[in-house]
Design a protein around this ligand. Sequence first.
Ligand SMILES: Cc1cc2nc3c(=O)[nH]c(=O)nc-3n(C[C@H](O)[C@H](O)[C@H](O)COP(=O)(O)OP(=O)(O)OC[C@H]3O[C@@H](n4cnc5c(N)ncnc54)[C@H](O)[C@@H]3O)c2cc1C
Length: 380
Amino acid sequence: MVDVIVVGGGIVGMATAYHLVRAGAQTLLIDRADPGRATDAGAGILSPETNSRDPDAWFHLALAAVGDYPTLIKHLQEDQGGDTGYARCGQIVLAVSEDEWAPYDRARRLILSRQEQRGLPSRDDLYELSGTEAQELFPLLTPVYGALYYRQAARVDGRLLNQALRQAAVHRGLIIEQGTVDRLRIEHGAVTGVVVAGTARAADAVVLAGGAWSAAFGAQLGVEIPLAPQRGQIIHLGLPGVDTAAWPMLSAFRGHYMVPWPDSRLVVGATRESDAGFQPGSTVSGIQEVLSEALRLAPGLAQAEIRDIRVGLRPLMRDTMPVLGSVPGLERIWLATGHGPTGLTLGPYSGKVIAEAVLGQELSADISAFHLTRFTTQSG
Ligand SMILES: Cc1cc2nc3c(=O)[nH]c(=O)nc-3n(C[C@H](O)[C@H](O)[C@H](O)COP(=O)(O)OP(=O)(O)OC[C@H]3O[C@@H](n4cnc5c(N)ncnc54)[C@H](O)[C@@H]3O)c2cc1C
């Protein structure tokens, strides 16, 4: 019998487990490590300040989440977690064609008006760039119609961060098992453990952090978890001999972006496919889409090497916001899933807050907007 079982070893489950063992809870994490695990493919952009897509509740949680990153990185160093690739490399939000001007301008107004209202980020950190300035920062960039630069935008390597959380958590006593949680044990209105390959494992509480696969538990829990996989294909390019270390990230308005890394590597992505089910393979049309968009932003990439193609299944809720909190009508069970396209931003912090909730501690953030009941309330 352990205190807590965490189902899922992506960024959300691993962060939850890390915070649980850090607080002294005996914790077992069970992970199937599916191909298509979103955490292994994530681009790693951490920049709510330049997000113009998601609602206010998301924005406030995301600000708190990126604000907590430096503390997390420090704790992981103390706990011998290893490198995470976390760095503040900056980001340019930009339009490079006429059709992007209107959405760019809407985003620009929203981002700058938020800056005005909050008094943050400072005008030294978030400001408009001329086309020449944008090209000085990102030398391969095509001429731009408009560009907004946020100097403090950060990135993280999802695989490295997950590995660091894993190492640090194991260092603190986390037990990890590879396997499939087939079902939950439910007795007298409370979850008392899980069943793995026919064997019952008891726990005082269970956290479900199964990413895109989490909806499978809905029937047993007596709730609908309106979540589906959204496939993302993303490509790692190599630019031998080019120093990409100081380049900023780019985000344009056809849903794509570029994330540079210090090892002459540029990650370009990504597709957002809602009709691919649980198929974690890359496709001709997906690769074509990603490369065409990369060349549209930076034609000079034509001779870049293709180093790696990654595919992840984003756990996307019907309303694109995560699900965090208890399950109506059941005790000792917690949901932490549905982080969609921003789980590397939110996930480590979601894990922290869910660990606090499981342990009955005061919560670092108000997560009531992310409770599953928002769907039942909406449908009346
Ligand atoms: C191409 C791409 C680009 C992205 N870019 C960004 C970005 O720039 N910024 C950002 O913030 N986010 C980004 N994301 C989103 C982010 O990667 C995800 O939201 C996040 O990784 C989801 O983490 P998770 O732990 O919920 O799920 P996952 O990482 O998918 O992990 C879920 C785990 O649960 C396991 N599991 C499921 N069911 C069971 C079961 N029954 N028993 C045992 N184990 C089980 C699975 O095997 C898997 O290992 C991107 C995602 C993709 C695909």
